[in-house]
Design a binder for this molecule. Structure first.
Ligand code: PNS
Length: 166
């Protein structure tokens, strides 16, 4: 890959994920990435096999609402291999959040595999603030499904969608 950094566009980092839904932990990592890189793309995986709670359109809309005041943060959907998407976007960096040691093994395998597929694509791990280190989309969906209050864990735009019954 070449050309990920140039005077016109700066360095682009991809924050890929399912974001089903976006949590305050995701927002924390994306804001940290936006301080390090010139531009950040939130790349929402358009699942073919998993059945997400939110459609890809809804996940895109929620992320766009949350980051509407940050023009350096773009929201996009992708399908297929992440390395192919990164090539198309001429991105050199993938950012992933690491909450705990339990995330490490899966993330390390994915980073090595992506490096095997595209050696020039670098994976950068970032830690969210301690306050967000226990958040996950799966737990938030479960709490919401069982009638619990998820407002401390998700941005207001996401809570609005959850309350609306998505
Ligand atoms: O939020 P998630 O579900 O942990 O994100 C996982 C994601 C989307 C980053 C990963 O599943 C991915 O990159 N999927 C795209 C397909 C791909 O490239 N798979 C090979 C990864 S080594």
């Amino acid at each position: 890959m070449s050309g990920g950094r140039d005077a016109a566009s700066g360095q682009l980092a991809i924050c890929p994920g399912s974001f089903d839904p976006l949590t305050n932990g995701h927002v924390d990592i994306i804001r940290r990435a936006a301080r390090l890189f010139d531009r950040v793309v939130i790349a929402v995986l358009n699942h073919s096999e998993k059945s997400p709670l939110f459609s890809v359109e809804q996940r895109l809309a929620m992320a766009r609402e949350v980051f509407q005041d940050q023009p350096e943060v773009e929201v996009d959907a992708f399908e297929g291999l992440l390395v192919e998407y990164a090539r198309r976007r001429r991105a050199e960096v993938v950012v992933r959040g690491l909450r705990a040691v339990s995330d490490f093994e899966y993330e390390m395998r994915m980073a090595h595999m992506n490096r095997q597929l595209e050696p020039s694509l670098e994976t950068v791990f970032m830690m969210p603030s301690t306050a967000h280190s226990y958040l996950s989309s799966r737990l938030i969906k479960e709490i919401h499904r069982l009638g619990g209050d998820v407002s401390p864990f998700v941005p207001p735009a996401v809570q609005k969608h959850l309350l609306r019954g998505h």
